[in-house]
Design a protein around this ligand. Sequence first.
Ligand code: SF4
Length: 347
Amino acid sequence: MSAIRHDWTREQALALLKQPFSDLMFQAQQVHRAHFDPNRVQVSTLLSIKTGACPEDCKYCPQSGHYNTELEKEKLLDIEKVVAEAQAARAKGATRFCMGAAWRSPRAKDMPYVLDMVKQVKDMGMETCMTLGMLEDDQAQALADAGLDYYNHNLDTSPEFYGEIITTRTYQDRLETLGNVRKAGMKVCCGGILGMGESENDRVGLLVQLANLPEQPESVPINMLVKVAGTPLEQEADLNPFDFIRSVALARIMMPESHVRLSAGRENMNEQMQALAFLAGANSIFYGEKLLTTANPEADSDRQLFATLGIQPEQLSVDHGEDAELDHLGQRLRDQASAGRFYNAVN
Ligand code: SF4
């Protein structure tokens, strides 16, 4: 088992990244297999509980109020609607339900609703995750007390490149929120976005920053920029897919116990690229039709890809007694494979 290191230098990380592709993939597979079942992928579902009109100016984001992306704005969703969506996600096999709000930070008057949402989704036996912007320590503690398992707050990119992408809050602000989340005892979901015009050194810088946090994030989403019309990054040049895969492999090697998640941008990846990402050590995906505001591959194509690759969805490690519903996705995969609706590479 590779030890968890928090003293990575950019030079060391860059040297790993620049290895011949096959060597990098082999090393990533070795680390992956030492820490995880390589044929299991964790599945999460994401719901936007408040969409658009965000005061922040993140250049990649269609929800920012600074850009005209013709995104339909929505108020904070009713709790009943959120619970119904969580039930539907659970029936489809998701084990974690992520709720995202386009806020700079939650306002005091929003907190009771948000806490109630956490309690109700948690009571259904799902893991809960939220992304609500910056958190003060008392807000983080209240969310933890309500039963929130994970808090998502991305660093997005390297400290040096960050100012090119966001000017309304600092890298240090983000680190402080991550610190508050940890202090409250929650797990951290934190990653970034590739393909925003950053250099290779910036991609390495992001991963070094994540790996050298006092505790490495339990979940590391690696997003590929989705170029949304109306955002300043609309015309950004495409990132070479192999550079994306190399970054996934580096994340796996440097953060051996973290779930590395393929997040936004997956709908633009063909099956072969997604398979390479799994081979590089990605072991988590979002499942469903929408990823906050950008399209996500259809659930059926995900099921088909899982079956083709012989991948099973990871189950919750906590004890849910007799509750068999959580095995739905696995069962559906087996049913569909046996019905001959698609080719199962395993059998
Ligand atoms: S990424 Fe989050 S904080 Fe930034 S503009 Fe979008 S919703 Fe707001």
